[in-house]
Design a binder for this molecule. Sequence first.
Ligand code: NAD
Length: 475
Amino acid sequence: MLNIEHSYIDGRFVPTAGDEIVEIVNPASEAVIGRARLANREDVRRAIDAAARAQPTFARTSKSERIGMLERLQAAMLSHADALRESSILEYGGPFSRSQWVSTYAAECLGQAARTLEHYAFERPAGADGISTLRMEPVGVAGLFAPWNAAAGTMASKLAGALAAGCATVVKPSELSPWQAQVMAQAVDDAGLPRGVVNIVTGRGADAGAELSSHPAVAKLSFTGSTPTGKLIAQAGIDGLKRVSLALTGKSASLLLDDARLGVAVPLAVAAAFTNSGQACVAGTRLLVPRHRMAEVVARVQAAVAALRVGDPGDPATAVGPMVGRAHFERVQSYIHRGIQQGATLVVGGPGRPPGIERGWFVQPTVFADVRNDMTIAREEIFGPVLSILAVDDEDDAVSVANDSPYGLQAYVFSDDIAAARRIAARLQAGTVLINRVAPDLLAPFGGVKQSGLGREFGVMGMEAFLEPKTITVG
Ligand code: NAD
């Protein structure tokens, strides 16, 4: 039985002061597997104080010192990859393959930030006639907020940008991911970073999170989570004009073009929709299909989804694991009922647990056809294994339906004609468009447009999110 009693503050594990203890429940079995004491505002203030003390010295470190730190953290995370995978599987039910991927991706983010840093000029000429120099300086102490799904990946990608830039950090993982956060803290400790540069305090959003987003010593807020919470974070930071990056809710469209080979496109579209059991911001949950190909596509999607293995997320053969907990299971169920009530055609799946599964927060992988883009299941993020299929008349209609959403995180285009797919990609309102693939490019910027976010992570843009430009002009 796990017992998490410590926060990571000022380079050591210290007893958490908060008095709330939460149970860690394995969502596949509903068994209590541990307990964690949650950090309160006082813990967060101690963490911010430690980061503020570390900031001036950390800001003056050289590029090569920070590359060394990133590489040490990368190696430490890699050495904890098994624990990261296990905690993802047991704490939120992340399927084995996805949890395995995230466990090494976390380390990769840090290695890639080290490479970005190597080639980055912090000082460069600017303005007219060479009289001005632009210096890119660390913005200051950064508050990093992570959701529970694939928590290690989010924490690592934010740490990568912040540390490369020279910002000391306070990480606030979700109250639903204390174990994943604990493994990350162990890796940070093993990396032997300067004291106070990374602090990790797991607590509730309205308490620990609110303290971090409003504290005057915090200059930058980098948040990943839902759009409503992102707006609260931005509001909390406005008084201090904190710099804010938001990676938020998605309702991604997958566009299957006229010429797409269905044997290739349908498995990719299904993978995009059901990745991480649908508990993914980038899940491609609206599949847009040319009307004249609809019958064939629906038949293929039905067969592919009916064959998805649902069950023990620790089994490498499992495609869809449980939802993170009871409340989220019920939320997903309510969307399935709404889909039926609003007249969509149930193709496969439906309400309740999958046949033969009596325990655990498992949802049947569900597909609706005849979905209109004004139905709730097409407009709101369900964050579960539910795919909506919508008919479109032509490419213009596909673009207009795809863009008719408050969100714009990631879109997918499936076609053999890459030039046509690129033309469509240029018209889509999305931070990323993946053509004939579902895996992201970790060196390329990632983020959302419209209500899916503000700013970008990864690569140069990810680091510059933690930098402030200063112009020096000589007379
Ligand atoms: P959430 O918004 O409920 O919580 C995210 C984080 O914010 C948690 O650490 C939470 O404790 C904290 N928080 C909550 N209220 C707060 C407050 N008032 N002040 C400060 N912090 C607060 O999201 P979640 O349920 O943990 O995660 C799922 C959501 O995250 C989905 O909407 C998903 O699309 C989104 N997400 C987005 C991305 C992306 O890159 N765009 C990646 C993963 C998840």
